[in-house]
Each structure stands twice: as structure tokens, then as C-alpha cells.
Design a protein around this ligand. Structure first.
Ligand SMILES: Nc1nc2c(ncn2[C@@H]2O[C@H](COP(=O)(O)OP(=O)(O)O)[C@@H](O)[C@H]2O)c(=O)[nH]1
Ligand SMILES: [Mg+2]
Length: 245
């Protein structure tokens, strides 16, 4: 159980997750964590994702569904949730990948170890393998490419951030209202844009952005990112840099 009094909403963008969504894990966790609310965004899925999500929300009063009829991509799906009318009543809104590569228990890890009582703008999960502490299982190629990417991004941002791309983050709602206001120019690198926007709009102090090492992360199969997207990453990064520098 969460010890904080803060009101927290966790968003799960879902695109064609009919066969991948760990429904039982969700049901168990949601039932045991009545102080947290959960919002599933169906992003114009072509399969029966919406039926599964509707059932989850029928079974749990603290879970609801935002149904987007057209597929708009992860960034826009998260943005729709961040800007929904309901979002205003929360202190923090988070987003996690629907495949639960970061298990739901990491929500507690972020809350407990992200120094949330000091009101940071952003609490970010970080996939860092630490002996005797964390179980981080990533595809080797993605890990090494990811490390090169993260180093470049960290230099671009002039922030010593370790992992921008981890799909487990909590954002203070007043900040998210500002930084999610405009659509992102990138579909999969919006986390990088998000950091640029926070840097641009807010005065960063030492503890404004907190990275929390995840205890568990496991790359799940069935990634929705096309391999060809890798080729676009450098171009997208340059576009982002030129827009926000
Ligand atoms: N809204 C939206 N979410 C997507 C889309 N594609 C993937 N996702 C979601 O983004 C999250 C991460 O996707 P995943 O395929 O696991 O990416 P990976 O783990 O980074 O390879 C999951 O919650 C997906 O359902 C999309 O087109 N739209
Ligand atoms: Mg995944």
C-alpha cells in the first residue's frame, strides 16, 4: 500500500494489446491498491483490446478507460490522458508500458524512492543493473544501442540523466499540464522532448528531476516499434535538438 496522501493516476497506453496485456496481474494489483487510480488508453486498436479494458474497468472502480477511435501513437495517447478533464484532481500522473516490462510494483518503488514529499517535477524509472539490487533483463543489442543513445541525449540536454526512454515515469500534474499542452514532434522519442520542455519552462533545482533505479525490468516480446524506426532515430533526435536547443 502507498503511504502517501497524494492522489496518483497511472496511465497505460494500449495499442493492439489483446493478447499481451497481463490482465490477471492488473486485476490483482488494482484491487490491492485502491488509493491509486488507473487509466487505460485504447489507442484505436484493431483487435479486441477495448473489450479487455472495459472489463478491467467494470471489475475495478479505480480503473477507467479512455477510448481513442483513431490510432495516434504512444506520445499522443499519453498526452490525451494527461490533458483529460479528470487529470486535474491528481497530484501526480504516471505512465507505464502496458506490457508491464516494468512491473506494477515499480509504482511503489517510484513513489517511495523518488522523494515525492519534496514535490519533484518528474520521477523517472531508470534501467540500471545493480548487483544484489535489481533484475534488469534487456535484449543485449537494445541495451548497447540504448546506452549510446542515452549518452548522446544526456549531452544534448546538458543533464546527467541515465535513462530517458524507460516507460515508467511520474509527473507532477501542474507541470504536466504545461509540458503536454502542445503535441510532440516525435512519436517514440517524446520522453526526450518532455525533458527538453521541462528544462525550458521550469527552473530546475538539484532535486527537481529524480531518477529511481528500477528493481525489475524485463523486455517483453511483441514490441510495437518497427525495426526500421531505428534508422529514423538520429534524424528525429536532430529535429528535437533543433526545435528545443
Ligand atoms: N498509444 C499507443 N501506444 C502504443 C503504440 N504502440 C505501442 N504502444 C504502447 O506503448 C507501450 C510500449 O510499447 P512496446 O511495443 O512494448 O515498446 P517497447 O517495449 O519499447 O519495444 C505499450 O504500452 C504499447 O501498448 C501506439 O501506436 N499507440
Ligand atoms: Mg515493451
Amino acid at each position: 500500500m502507498v503511504t502517501t496522501e497524494l492522489k496518483i493516476l497511472i496511465v497505460f497506453p494500449c495499442y493492439n494489446e489483446e493478447f499481451r496485456l497481463p490482465v490477471e496481474e492488473f486485476n490483482n494489483f488494482i484491487l490491492k491498491n485502491q488509493t491509486i487510480d488507473f487509466l487505460f488508453v485504447n489507442d484505436g486498436s484493431k483487435d479486441k483490446t477495448i473489450d479487455i479494458l472495459n472489463e478491467l474497468s467494470l471489475n475495478n472502480t479505480n480503473a477507467s478507460v479512455l477510448n481513442l477511435t483513431k490510432n495516434v501513437g504512444k506520445a499522443e495517447a499519453v498526452r490525451a490522458a494527461m490533458l483529460s478533464k479528470e487529470s486535474q484532481k491528481y497530484n501526480y500522473i504516471g505512465y507505464f508500458d502496458a506490457d508491464l516490462a516494468a512491473p506494477l510494483s515499480e509504482i511503489h518503488n517510484l513513489i517511495s524512492n523518488g522523494n515525492i514529499n519534496a514535490n519533484p517535477f518528474l520521477i523517472m524509472g531508470s534501467r540500471i543493473k545493480l548487483l544484489g539490487f535489481s533484475s534488469i533483463k534487456r535484449d543485449l543489442k537494445r541495451h548497447y544501442l540504448g546506452r549510446i543513445f542515452a549518452t548522446i541525449v544526456s549531452n544534448m540536454l546538458k543533464l546527467s540523466v541515465y535513462d530517458t526512454q524507460c516507460g515508467a515515469k511520474l509527473i507532477r500534474t501542474d507541470i504536466s499540464q504545461k509540458i503536454f499542452k502542445e503535441p510532440f514532434i516525435s512519436k517514440w522519442l517524446f520522453d526526450v522532448e518532455l525533458l527538453f520542455r521541462v528544462k525550458k519552462t521550469e527552473k530546475l533545482k538539484e532535486n527537481s528531476i529524480v531518477e529511481v533505479p528500477l528493481k525489475q525490468w524485463e523486455e517483453k516480446g511483441g514490441s510495437k516499434i518497427k525495426k526500421s524506426y531505428l534508422l529514423k532515430v538520429p534524424i528525429e533526435l536532430i529535429r528535437i535538438y533543433l526545435k528545443y536547443r
